[in-house]
Ligand binder design. Structure first.
Ligand code: ZN
Length: 171
């Protein structure tokens, strides 16, 4: 397991450690497995671990319009700080249970799983709306749209329009 903790960083050169990532990361959700490439550096500065990285993640998403799956590349960078604390109060423990894989605060000896850490940023960076292409057309939706356009006149006006035509004919 790739991991880092504040105590380890204390003994590293420049209090720093770097990881080259070039592997599959399971997102553990409907978005499946990504192939993720990049680099991340953790640096200890006073009571913070600073993380800096940049990544490209290839993943398969499902189009929100046509429901087909498509491959896409996600580019994102990480520039965060994690507070190193002496002990956790109960409230923090509860918060961690709820948020599962967030690392906003860690203990000196608490290991940060690097892959888990990167995973949360992949998930955050997946767009809210996914379209397989900007021109994606869902046949069903488009058929409905053109039907609406062709029949944009409210049927309740039909009789009135006929009456208007009749008046024209008579004039
Ligand atoms: Zn689509």
């Amino acid at each position: 397991m790739l991991s880092v903790c504040a105590n380890e960083l204390l003994y590293k050169k420049n209090n720093q450690v770097s990881f080259d990532i070039n592997q599959e990361i399971d997102l553990e959700d409907e978005n499946g497995i990504t192939y993720t490439k990049g680099n991340i550096t953790f640096t200890l500065r006073n009571s913070f671990i600073l993380s800096k990285g940049s990544f490209i993640s290839s993943l398969k998403l499902t189009c929100d319009r046509c429901n087909n799956s498509f491959n896409t590349e996600l580019k994102f960078s990480i520039d965060e700080s994690i507070e190193v604390i002496n002990r956790k109060c109960n409230y923090q423990k509860e918060l961690e249970l709820k948020l599962d894989e967030t690392f906003e605060q860690v203990l000196h000896t608490e290991k940060i799983n690097v892959i888990d850490y990167i995973r949360q940023f992949i998930i955050i960076n997946i767009p809210y709306k996914n379209l397989c292409s900007i021109e994606c057309k869902n046949d069903k939706i488009n058929a409905l749209d053109s039907y609406k356009e062709e029949n944009s006149i409210d049927p309740r006006w039909k009789d009135l329009l006929l009456y208007k035509d009749k008046l024209k004919e008579n004039s």
